[in-house]
Ligand binder design. Structure first.
Ligand code: PMP
Length: 461
């Protein structure tokens, strides 16, 4: 079998990639012409590419490498587990030690009586599980008609048909027959783009009350659950006004519907607490986890449910599961990752030291002529690009044009930031040092300067 050498010239790797590899969320032909950047190694917050460039990864991969790259303990945990028991399932009345240990550890870390875990291999799978959990829960309680789940426009819950339906990404819904029946969406609490003349506080209340209006419209006896990210990630790091979550909690309690907090990004320290729900003061019945659970070193996710949901589900045979539910190697790596986060005080440091430092430095960017607002919670933040700060005006060019230009300048300056429309996002590894934060901000500012010059030159400002 001929396999291309990892040290082959970049152009050869790119050509083979273009010939055989279909990339997620990518315009294939566009990438073929350009060539993908080939990442070869990583350490801490630094990526290395096939040209030997060192790149600061201000996105922690896809918001997931919380403990940073190159942690040998995680590799060792995987190797140990592969030798001991590389695979066994958790179907048919069997279990194994890593799944037992990880489920118990998650029950300890998760707030309140969220004490039970159903494992999956990704956030998408876990949210698909949630659809089935919610509907089975209500059926078991004698209310099978409560099968409607409400999500939010511009929310993101995954890319499978079920989880993509829960999400409110219209571009995704346009391909492949989503949403599935029984999923409704309400508007998001994005004051910057949609708040108009309202104060953020009034707007937050109004968007929360959209949930109540939807429940009343659909019928309180039809709605089973509301799903939301504590802080919307892929939608652009949208931080809801402070009035939003308390009102959502009131509504969820009033109608007795299940609240699913999608903690896939917010979980495991990203917002300065173990879970985003804690930062925002909400009490979900179900939490979706993935990403930071293993810091991305192994594909693993899960649904953590409270005592009551678990008790109801346990009253029937739940006809659902994945070959890799509770995969022993993934569980062993996740457990070791949680040990690192806990013993090294990573979450506390984000809350008390590096998070506030990043916030202070990140918010300085708001003085840039291209930047409207800079918003950050813990270590997830975004800046809104605008040609007019005072009116919060969008660009005349298609949404995303300015963001893309800025993202490309970042990439050229060896900084990975992501753009969502015309918002620029950071979500670095939680172990980033203050010195590295300074480098991040310096490169971001340089990239903004260059993007500003380019936009001005093209008449887009
Ligand atoms: N939920 C949220 C909040 C996410 O951000 C993501 C991934 N970006 C998912 C679910 C889906 O996770 P995965 O890509 O592991 O399926």
């Amino acid at each position: 079998m001929a396999v291309i050498s990892p040290n082959a010239p970049t152009a050869e790797l790119q050509a083979l990639d273009a010939a055989h590899h279909l990339h997620p969320f990518t315009h294939g032909a566009g990438l073929r012409d350009k060539g993908a950047r080939v990442i070869t190694r990583a350490e801490g917050v630094w990526l290395t590419d096939s040209e030997g460039e060192r790149i600061l990864d201000a996105m922690a991969g896809l918001w997931c490498v919380n403990v940073g790259y190159g942690r040998k303990e995680l590799a060792a945990a995987a190797a140990r587990q592969m030798e001991e028991l590389p695979y066994y399932n958790t179907f048919f009345q069997t279990t194994h030690v890593p799944a037992i240990q990880l489920a118990a550890k998650l029950a300890e870390l998760a707030p309140g009586d969220l004490n039970h875990v159903f494992f999956a291999s990704s956030g998408s799978e876990a949210n698909d599980t949630n659809i089935r959990l919610v509907r089975t829960y209500w059926a078991e309680k004698g209310e099978p008609q409560r099968d409607v789940i409400i999500g939010r426009w511009n929310g993101y819950h995954g890319s499978s048909v079920g989880s993509g339906s829960l999400g409110g990404m219209k571009g995704m819904h346009a391909q492949g027959g989503m949403p599935i029946p029984g999923i409704h969406h309400i508007d998001q609490p994005d004051w910057w783009s949609e708040g108009g003349d309202m104060s953020p506080e009034d707007f937050g209340l109004a968007r929360a009350r959209a949930l109540e209006a939807a429940i009343e419209r659909i019928g309180p006896d039809r709605v089973g659950a509301f799903i939301a990210e504590p802080v919307q990630g892929a939608g652009g790091v949208i931080v809801a006004p402070e009035t939003y979550w308390p009102e959502v909690q009131r509504i969820v309690d009033k109608y007795g519907i299940l609240l699913i907090a999608d903690e896939v990004i917010c979980g495991f320290g990203r917002t300065g607490n173990w879970f985003g729900s804690q930062t925002l003061g909400v009490s979900p019945h179900i939490m979706t986890v993935a990403k930071g659970l293993s810091s991305g070193y192994q594909p693993i996710g899960g649904s953590i449910v409270n005592d009551e949901v678990a008790a109801v589900i346990s009253g029937t045979e739940f006809n659902h599961g994945y070959t890799y539910s509770g995969h022993p190697v993934a569980c062993a790596v996740a457990l070791e990752n949680l040990r690192i986060l806990e013993e090294e005080g990573v979450v506390d440091r984000v809350r008390e030291e590096t998070g506030p430092y990043l916030k202070a430095r990140f918010e300085e960017l708001a003085d840039h002529p291209l930047v409207g607002e800079a918003k950050i919670v813990g270590m997830m933040g975004s800046i809104a690009l605008t040609p007019d700060k005072a009116t919060r005006a969008p660009f005349a060019a298609d949404a995303g044009t300015a963001g893309y230009i800025c993202r490309e300048r970042c990439f050229a300056n060896n900084l990975v930031m992501r753009h969502v429309g015309d918002r620029m996002i950071v979500s670095p590894p939680l172990v980033i040092s203050k010195e590295e934060i300074d480098t991040l901000i310096e490169r971001a500012r340089r990239s903004l300067d260059e993007a500003h010059a380019q936009l001005t030159e093209q008449g887009l400002m």
